[in-house]
Design a protein around this ligand. Structure first.
Ligand code: AMP
Ligand code: GLY
Length: 414
Protein backbone atom coordinates (compact mmCIF):
# COMPACT_ATOMS: atom_id res chain seq x y z
CA UNK A 1 0.00 0.00 0.00
CA UNK A 2 1.27 3.46 -0.97
CA UNK A 3 0.44 6.21 1.52
CA UNK A 4 0.62 10.00 1.47
CA UNK A 5 0.71 11.63 4.90
CA UNK A 6 -0.13 15.35 5.05
CA UNK A 7 1.44 17.61 7.70
CA UNK A 8 4.78 18.67 9.13
CA UNK A 9 4.71 18.51 12.93
CA UNK A 10 5.62 16.17 15.76
CA UNK A 11 2.27 14.43 15.34
CA UNK A 12 3.07 13.66 11.71
CA UNK A 13 6.56 12.47 12.62
CA UNK A 14 4.99 9.97 15.06
CA UNK A 15 2.26 8.93 12.59
CA UNK A 16 4.88 8.60 9.87
CA UNK A 17 7.00 6.25 11.99
CA UNK A 18 3.91 4.20 12.82
CA UNK A 19 2.83 3.94 9.17
CA UNK A 20 6.37 3.18 8.00
CA UNK A 21 6.72 0.35 10.54
CA UNK A 22 3.69 -1.50 9.15
CA UNK A 23 4.86 -4.01 6.51
CA UNK A 24 1.61 -3.37 4.61
CA UNK A 25 2.93 0.13 3.86
CA UNK A 26 5.22 -0.39 0.88
CA UNK A 27 5.83 3.30 0.19
CA UNK A 28 5.31 6.33 2.41
CA UNK A 29 5.38 9.93 1.17
CA UNK A 30 4.88 13.04 3.26
CA UNK A 31 3.70 16.54 2.33
CA UNK A 32 5.43 18.71 3.33
CA UNK A 33 7.08 16.70 6.14
CA UNK A 34 10.08 17.88 8.17
CA UNK A 35 13.79 17.02 8.58
CA UNK A 36 13.02 14.21 11.04
CA UNK A 37 10.52 12.58 8.72
CA UNK A 38 12.83 12.96 5.71
CA UNK A 39 15.18 10.44 7.35
CA UNK A 40 12.74 7.63 6.48
CA UNK A 41 10.28 8.99 3.89
CA UNK A 42 10.46 11.28 0.87
CA UNK A 43 9.03 14.74 1.64
CA UNK A 44 7.27 16.87 -0.98
CA UNK A 45 7.08 20.66 -0.63
CA UNK A 46 3.33 21.31 -0.69
CA UNK A 47 1.32 24.06 0.97
CA UNK A 48 -1.19 22.21 3.16
CA UNK A 49 -3.80 24.94 2.60
CA UNK A 50 -3.75 24.18 -1.13
CA UNK A 51 -6.25 21.33 -1.59
CA UNK A 52 -5.60 21.07 -5.31
CA UNK A 53 -1.84 20.69 -4.77
CA UNK A 54 -2.46 17.84 -2.31
CA UNK A 55 -4.78 16.11 -4.80
CA UNK A 56 -2.29 16.54 -7.66
CA UNK A 57 0.50 15.02 -5.57
CA UNK A 58 -1.69 12.10 -4.44
CA UNK A 59 -2.57 11.41 -8.09
CA UNK A 60 1.02 11.69 -9.32
CA UNK A 61 2.19 9.27 -6.63
CA UNK A 62 -0.81 6.97 -7.25
CA UNK A 63 -1.33 6.47 -3.55
CA UNK A 64 -3.89 4.08 -2.06
CA UNK A 65 -4.47 6.15 1.05
CA UNK A 66 -4.06 9.75 2.20
CA UNK A 67 -3.75 10.37 5.95
CA UNK A 68 -4.39 14.00 6.88
CA UNK A 69 -2.69 15.17 10.09
CA UNK A 70 -3.69 18.81 10.76
CA UNK A 71 -7.17 20.38 10.99
CA UNK A 72 -6.73 23.20 8.47
CA UNK A 73 -6.87 21.08 5.29
CA UNK A 74 -9.74 19.03 6.76
CA UNK A 75 -11.81 22.10 7.55
CA UNK A 76 -10.93 23.33 4.03
CA UNK A 77 -12.47 20.16 2.57
CA UNK A 78 -9.38 18.34 1.27
CA UNK A 79 -10.93 14.95 2.12
CA UNK A 80 -13.97 15.70 -0.07
CA UNK A 81 -11.77 16.60 -3.01
CA UNK A 82 -9.65 13.45 -2.65
CA UNK A 83 -12.67 11.17 -2.22
CA UNK A 84 -14.36 12.68 -5.26
CA UNK A 85 -11.24 11.65 -7.20
CA UNK A 86 -11.59 8.07 -5.93
CA UNK A 87 -8.78 8.19 -3.33
CA UNK A 88 -9.29 6.68 0.15
CA UNK A 89 -8.74 9.20 2.93
CA UNK A 90 -8.26 8.93 6.67
CA UNK A 91 -9.76 12.25 7.70
CA UNK A 92 -13.27 13.70 7.86
CA UNK A 93 -15.15 15.62 5.17
CA UNK A 94 -15.49 19.38 5.43
CA UNK A 95 -18.98 18.94 6.90
CA UNK A 96 -17.82 16.41 9.53
CA UNK A 97 -14.69 18.44 10.39
CA UNK A 98 -17.06 21.16 11.60
CA UNK A 99 -16.98 19.28 14.92
CA UNK A 100 -13.62 21.01 15.32
CA UNK A 101 -14.26 23.98 13.03
CA UNK A 102 -17.25 25.33 14.95
CA UNK A 103 -17.74 25.06 18.72
CA UNK A 104 -21.42 25.89 18.25
CA UNK A 105 -21.87 23.08 15.72
CA UNK A 106 -20.20 20.63 18.12
CA UNK A 107 -22.60 21.74 20.87
CA UNK A 108 -25.62 21.20 18.61
CA UNK A 109 -24.52 17.70 17.63
CA UNK A 110 -23.79 16.82 21.27
CA UNK A 111 -27.26 18.03 22.26
CA UNK A 112 -28.90 15.90 19.56
CA UNK A 113 -26.74 12.89 20.41
CA UNK A 114 -27.30 13.19 24.17
CA UNK A 115 -23.56 13.57 24.86
CA UNK A 116 -22.73 15.25 28.18
CA UNK A 117 -20.95 18.60 27.94
CA UNK A 118 -20.80 21.94 29.76
CA UNK A 119 -23.96 24.07 29.65
CA UNK A 120 -23.42 26.92 27.23
CA UNK A 121 -24.83 29.89 25.37
CA UNK A 122 -23.86 30.89 21.86
CA UNK A 123 -23.80 34.69 21.62
CA UNK A 124 -23.38 37.34 18.95
CA UNK A 125 -24.32 40.57 20.77
CA UNK A 126 -22.85 42.32 23.81
CA UNK A 127 -26.14 41.97 25.68
CA UNK A 128 -26.19 38.19 25.11
CA UNK A 129 -22.53 37.94 26.10
CA UNK A 130 -22.97 39.86 29.36
CA UNK A 131 -26.05 37.86 30.25
CA UNK A 132 -24.19 34.57 29.64
CA UNK A 133 -21.14 35.68 31.65
CA UNK A 134 -23.34 36.64 34.59
CA UNK A 135 -25.41 33.47 34.41
CA UNK A 136 -22.34 31.26 34.88
CA UNK A 137 -20.12 33.62 36.95
CA UNK A 138 -16.36 33.24 37.40
CA UNK A 139 -14.24 31.46 36.26
CA UNK A 140 -15.48 32.49 32.83
CA UNK A 141 -14.99 30.17 29.85
CA UNK A 142 -15.15 32.05 26.54
CA UNK A 143 -14.62 30.23 23.23
CA UNK A 144 -14.33 31.70 19.77
CA UNK A 145 -16.76 29.72 17.62
CA UNK A 146 -14.28 29.27 14.75
CA UNK A 147 -10.81 27.73 14.32
CA UNK A 148 -8.31 29.94 16.12
CA UNK A 149 -5.05 27.94 16.13
CA UNK A 150 -5.18 27.30 19.87
CA UNK A 151 -5.86 30.96 20.76
CA UNK A 152 -9.65 30.80 20.74
CA UNK A 153 -10.31 29.82 24.35
CA UNK A 154 -9.95 32.14 27.33
CA UNK A 155 -10.54 30.87 30.85
CA UNK A 156 -10.34 33.71 33.37
CA UNK A 157 -11.73 35.11 36.63
CA UNK A 158 -11.43 38.61 35.17
CA UNK A 159 -14.85 39.61 33.79
CA UNK A 160 -13.40 42.43 31.68
CA UNK A 161 -10.88 40.06 30.04
CA UNK A 162 -13.68 37.57 29.36
CA UNK A 163 -15.85 40.31 27.88
CA UNK A 164 -13.02 41.72 25.74
CA UNK A 165 -12.24 38.28 24.28
CA UNK A 166 -15.93 37.60 23.62
CA UNK A 167 -16.39 40.95 21.86
CA UNK A 168 -13.35 40.24 19.67
CA UNK A 169 -15.05 37.08 18.31
CA UNK A 170 -17.72 37.07 15.62
CA UNK A 171 -19.71 34.39 17.34
CA UNK A 172 -18.77 33.11 20.77
CA UNK A 173 -19.66 30.17 22.97
CA UNK A 174 -19.73 30.98 26.69
CA UNK A 175 -19.97 28.01 28.99
CA UNK A 176 -19.97 26.67 32.48
CA UNK A 177 -16.53 26.05 34.07
CA UNK A 178 -15.88 22.32 34.50
CA UNK A 179 -13.94 21.07 37.51
CA UNK A 180 -11.96 17.83 37.21
CA UNK A 181 -8.92 16.28 35.55
CA UNK A 182 -8.70 16.54 31.76
CA UNK A 183 -8.25 13.50 29.55
CA UNK A 184 -7.74 13.16 25.80
CA UNK A 185 -9.42 10.08 24.39
CA UNK A 186 -9.38 9.37 20.66
CA UNK A 187 -11.80 7.36 18.56
CA UNK A 188 -10.80 5.90 15.19
CA UNK A 189 -13.91 5.82 13.02
CA UNK A 190 -14.94 4.52 9.62
CA UNK A 191 -18.18 6.49 9.74
CA UNK A 192 -20.24 3.82 11.49
CA UNK A 193 -17.90 1.84 13.77
CA UNK A 194 -15.64 3.67 16.21
CA UNK A 195 -12.75 2.19 18.19
CA UNK A 196 -11.50 3.97 21.30
CA UNK A 197 -7.77 4.34 21.86
CA UNK A 198 -6.33 4.31 25.37
CA UNK A 199 -6.46 7.70 27.08
CA UNK A 200 -3.64 10.22 27.36
CA UNK A 201 -3.23 13.43 29.31
CA UNK A 202 -1.96 16.64 27.77
CA UNK A 203 -0.43 19.64 29.58
CA UNK A 204 -1.80 22.79 27.95
CA UNK A 205 -0.19 25.57 30.00
CA UNK A 206 3.28 26.80 29.15
CA UNK A 207 4.86 26.57 32.61
CA UNK A 208 5.15 24.14 35.51
CA UNK A 209 2.17 23.71 37.85
CA UNK A 210 -0.20 24.66 35.03
CA UNK A 211 0.81 28.30 35.10
CA UNK A 212 1.41 30.60 32.14
CA UNK A 213 -0.58 30.94 28.92
CA UNK A 214 -2.41 28.19 27.06
CA UNK A 215 -0.36 26.44 24.38
CA UNK A 216 -0.92 23.70 21.82
CA UNK A 217 0.37 21.27 24.47
CA UNK A 218 3.69 21.07 26.33
CA UNK A 219 3.79 17.34 27.02
CA UNK A 220 1.68 14.23 27.45
CA UNK A 221 1.69 10.74 28.90
CA UNK A 222 -0.19 7.49 28.61
CA UNK A 223 -1.62 5.30 30.07
CA UNK A 224 -3.27 7.07 33.03
CA UNK A 225 -2.84 4.87 36.11
CA UNK A 226 -5.23 7.05 38.13
CA UNK A 227 -8.13 7.03 35.65
CA UNK A 228 -11.29 4.96 36.27
CA UNK A 229 -10.76 1.41 34.98
CA UNK A 230 -13.81 1.67 32.68
CA UNK A 231 -12.86 5.01 31.11
CA UNK A 232 -12.40 3.56 27.61
CA UNK A 233 -15.71 1.64 27.58
CA UNK A 234 -17.55 4.49 29.30
CA UNK A 235 -16.29 7.12 26.82
CA UNK A 236 -17.03 4.84 23.89
CA UNK A 237 -20.60 4.33 25.08
CA UNK A 238 -21.44 7.86 26.21
CA UNK A 239 -19.40 10.02 23.84
CA UNK A 240 -17.77 8.40 20.80
CA UNK A 241 -20.48 5.99 19.63
CA UNK A 242 -23.38 8.48 19.96
CA UNK A 243 -21.41 11.19 18.14
CA UNK A 244 -20.51 8.87 15.26
CA UNK A 245 -24.13 7.64 15.05
CA UNK A 246 -25.47 11.22 15.06
CA UNK A 247 -23.06 12.34 12.33
CA UNK A 248 -24.06 9.33 10.20
CA UNK A 249 -27.76 10.05 10.77
CA UNK A 250 -27.20 13.62 9.58
CA UNK A 251 -25.78 12.29 6.32
CA UNK A 252 -22.27 13.56 7.17
CA UNK A 253 -20.46 10.46 8.50
CA UNK A 254 -17.25 11.13 10.39
CA UNK A 255 -14.36 9.08 8.94
CA UNK A 256 -11.08 9.71 10.70
CA UNK A 257 -9.92 10.53 14.19
CA UNK A 258 -12.46 11.95 16.61
CA UNK A 259 -10.53 13.58 19.45
CA UNK A 260 -12.60 13.89 22.62
CA UNK A 261 -11.20 16.33 25.19
CA UNK A 262 -12.90 15.32 28.43
CA UNK A 263 -13.23 16.65 31.96
CA UNK A 264 -13.81 13.95 34.57
CA UNK A 265 -16.10 15.87 36.93
CA UNK A 266 -17.82 14.76 40.14
CA UNK A 267 -20.99 14.50 38.10
CA UNK A 268 -19.44 12.28 35.44
CA UNK A 269 -17.58 12.76 32.18
CA UNK A 270 -18.18 15.99 30.27
CA UNK A 271 -16.86 16.84 26.81
CA UNK A 272 -14.71 20.00 26.75
CA UNK A 273 -14.06 19.94 23.02
CA UNK A 274 -13.80 17.80 19.93
CA UNK A 275 -11.03 17.87 17.39
CA UNK A 276 -11.20 16.22 13.99
CA UNK A 277 -7.62 14.88 13.99
CA UNK A 278 -4.95 13.27 16.17
CA UNK A 279 -3.80 15.41 19.09
CA UNK A 280 -0.34 16.89 19.30
CA UNK A 281 1.60 15.91 21.45
CA UNK A 282 -0.69 13.03 22.59
CA UNK A 283 0.09 11.16 19.34
CA UNK A 284 3.78 11.12 20.29
CA UNK A 285 2.95 8.85 23.26
CA UNK A 286 0.06 6.85 21.77
CA UNK A 287 1.66 5.73 18.52
CA UNK A 288 4.83 4.36 20.17
CA UNK A 289 2.57 2.36 22.54
CA UNK A 290 0.25 1.02 19.84
CA UNK A 291 1.07 -2.53 18.74
CA UNK A 292 -1.67 -2.77 16.10
CA UNK A 293 -0.14 -2.03 12.68
CA UNK A 294 -1.10 1.58 11.91
CA UNK A 295 -1.29 1.63 8.10
CA UNK A 296 -3.74 -1.28 7.93
CA UNK A 297 -5.81 0.21 10.75
CA UNK A 298 -6.18 3.63 9.12
CA UNK A 299 -6.84 2.02 5.72
CA UNK A 300 -9.67 -0.03 7.26
CA UNK A 301 -11.15 3.15 8.72
CA UNK A 302 -10.87 4.96 5.39
CA UNK A 303 -12.59 2.08 3.57
CA UNK A 304 -15.44 1.50 6.08
CA UNK A 305 -14.07 -1.81 7.30
CA UNK A 306 -13.43 -1.34 11.02
CA UNK A 307 -16.11 -3.67 12.38
CA UNK A 308 -14.57 -6.36 14.59
CA UNK A 309 -11.17 -4.65 14.81
CA UNK A 310 -9.64 -4.25 18.27
CA UNK A 311 -6.45 -2.47 19.31
CA UNK A 312 -3.39 -4.03 20.96
CA UNK A 313 -1.19 -1.95 23.22
CA UNK A 314 2.29 -2.41 24.63
CA UNK A 315 2.27 -3.01 28.36
CA UNK A 316 4.51 0.03 28.88
CA UNK A 317 4.24 3.72 29.70
CA UNK A 318 5.25 6.68 27.55
CA UNK A 319 5.96 10.29 28.47
CA UNK A 320 6.63 13.05 25.97
CA UNK A 321 8.08 16.49 26.72
CA UNK A 322 7.99 19.42 24.28
CA UNK A 323 11.08 21.57 23.75
CA UNK A 324 9.69 25.04 23.00
CA UNK A 325 11.53 28.00 21.55
CA UNK A 326 12.06 31.25 23.43
CA UNK A 327 8.88 33.32 23.47
CA UNK A 328 6.45 30.45 22.83
CA UNK A 329 3.44 30.74 22.61
CA UNK A 330 3.17 34.55 22.22
CA UNK A 331 6.16 35.36 19.99
CA UNK A 332 8.32 32.29 19.35
CA UNK A 333 11.84 32.77 18.02
CA UNK A 334 13.05 30.72 15.12
CA UNK A 335 16.27 30.19 13.21
CA UNK A 336 18.33 29.09 16.24
CA UNK A 337 20.72 26.17 15.92
CA UNK A 338 19.68 22.89 17.55
CA UNK A 339 22.58 20.91 19.07
CA UNK A 340 23.38 17.23 18.68
CA UNK A 341 20.77 14.73 19.78
CA UNK A 342 21.72 12.53 22.74
CA UNK A 343 21.51 8.77 22.56
CA UNK A 344 19.28 7.65 25.43
CA UNK A 345 17.80 4.13 25.32
CA UNK A 346 14.08 3.82 24.64
CA UNK A 347 13.60 7.42 23.60
CA UNK A 348 12.43 8.93 20.32
CA UNK A 349 13.03 12.56 19.37
CA UNK A 350 10.22 13.84 17.16
CA UNK A 351 10.74 16.94 15.03
CA UNK A 352 7.90 19.43 15.47
CA UNK A 353 9.22 22.76 14.20
CA UNK A 354 12.65 22.31 12.61
CA UNK A 355 14.27 23.04 9.27
CA UNK A 356 17.66 22.83 7.64
CA UNK A 357 19.63 25.90 6.57
CA UNK A 358 23.31 26.80 6.10
CA UNK A 359 23.78 26.70 9.89
CA UNK A 360 22.48 23.13 10.11
CA UNK A 361 19.33 22.02 11.90
CA UNK A 362 17.47 25.09 13.20
CA UNK A 363 14.20 25.86 14.97
CA UNK A 364 11.33 26.98 12.75
CA UNK A 365 8.28 27.15 15.06
CA UNK A 366 7.25 27.49 18.70
CA UNK A 367 7.21 23.79 19.44
CA UNK A 368 10.56 22.56 18.15
CA UNK A 369 10.96 18.96 19.30
CA UNK A 370 8.94 16.42 21.25
CA UNK A 371 11.00 13.93 23.22
CA UNK A 372 9.27 10.65 24.12
CA UNK A 373 10.60 8.22 26.69
CA UNK A 374 9.23 4.70 27.09
CA UNK A 375 9.54 2.51 30.16
CA UNK A 376 7.97 -0.15 32.32
CA UNK A 377 6.22 2.59 34.31
CA UNK A 378 5.77 6.36 34.15
CA UNK A 379 8.79 6.99 36.39
CA UNK A 380 11.12 5.14 34.04
CA UNK A 381 9.54 6.72 30.95
CA UNK A 382 9.87 10.21 32.50
CA UNK A 383 13.47 9.65 33.52
CA UNK A 384 14.39 8.72 29.97
CA UNK A 385 12.48 11.58 28.33
CA UNK A 386 14.02 14.14 30.70
CA UNK A 387 17.51 12.67 30.44
CA UNK A 388 17.32 13.06 26.67
CA UNK A 389 15.73 16.53 26.55
CA UNK A 390 18.17 17.94 29.12
CA UNK A 391 21.04 17.21 26.71
CA UNK A 392 19.59 19.09 23.73
CA UNK A 393 20.95 22.60 23.34
CA UNK A 394 18.85 25.37 21.77
CA UNK A 395 19.32 29.01 22.81
CA UNK A 396 16.52 30.35 24.98
CA UNK A 397 14.47 27.17 24.71
CA UNK A 398 12.48 25.80 27.62
CA UNK A 399 10.40 22.80 28.65
CA UNK A 400 8.11 21.92 31.52
CA UNK A 401 9.72 19.81 34.24
CA UNK A 402 6.50 18.35 35.65
CA UNK A 403 5.04 16.35 32.77
CA UNK A 404 3.49 13.16 34.26
CA UNK A 405 5.10 13.96 37.63
CA UNK A 406 1.99 13.66 39.83
CA UNK A 407 0.81 10.56 38.00
CA UNK A 408 4.20 8.87 38.38
CA UNK A 409 4.31 9.65 42.12
CA UNK A 410 0.76 8.34 42.58
CA UNK A 411 1.60 5.21 40.58
CA UNK A 412 4.61 4.49 42.80
CA UNK A 413 2.45 4.97 45.89
CA UNK A 414 -0.03 2.30 44.82
P1 AMP B 1 -9.65 24.01 24.00
O1 AMP B 1 -8.90 24.95 23.10
O2 AMP B 1 -11.11 23.91 23.72
O3 AMP B 1 -8.91 22.73 24.19
O4 AMP B 1 -9.57 24.68 25.46
C1 AMP B 1 -8.34 24.99 26.01
C2 AMP B 1 -8.35 24.66 27.46
O5 AMP B 1 -9.28 25.50 28.14
C3 AMP B 1 -8.81 23.25 27.79
O6 AMP B 1 -7.81 22.30 27.67
C4 AMP B 1 -9.21 23.43 29.23
O7 AMP B 1 -8.09 23.41 30.08
C5 AMP B 1 -9.81 24.81 29.25
N1 AMP B 1 -11.25 24.73 29.15
C6 AMP B 1 -12.01 24.72 28.02
N2 AMP B 1 -13.31 24.61 28.32
C7 AMP B 1 -13.41 24.53 29.68
C8 AMP B 1 -14.49 24.42 30.61
N3 AMP B 1 -15.77 24.40 30.21
N4 AMP B 1 -14.20 24.36 31.91
C9 AMP B 1 -12.91 24.42 32.34
N5 AMP B 1 -11.85 24.53 31.52
C10 AMP B 1 -12.09 24.60 30.20
N1 GLY C 1 -2.94 18.64 22.39
C1 GLY C 1 -4.09 19.36 22.03
C2 GLY C 1 -4.46 19.32 20.63
O1 GLY C 1 -3.91 18.59 19.85
O2 GLY C 1 -5.38 20.03 20.26
Amino acid sequence: MKILLVGSGGREHALGLGLHADPECTELHVAPGNPGISEFAPCHPVNISDNQAILTLAQQLEVDLVVVGPEVPLVNGVADLLRAAGISVFGPSKAAAQLEGSKNFAKEVMADAGVPTAHSFTCTTQAEIEKALDTFGAPYVVKDDGLAAGKGVVVTRDRQEALDHALACNRVVIEEFLVGPEVSLFGISDGKTVIAMQPAQDFKRAQDNDSGPNTGGMGAYSPLPWAPSDIIEDTHKKVLAPMIAEMAARGTPFVGLLYAGLALTDHGTRVIEFNARFGDPETQVLIPLLKTPLASLLYKAATRDLEGVSLQWRNESAVTVVLASKGYPTSPESGDVIGQFPNVENTVIFHAGTSHNEKGLVSSAGRVLTVTGMGSDLTEARDRAYRAISHISLDGSFYRTDIALNASVAEKGN
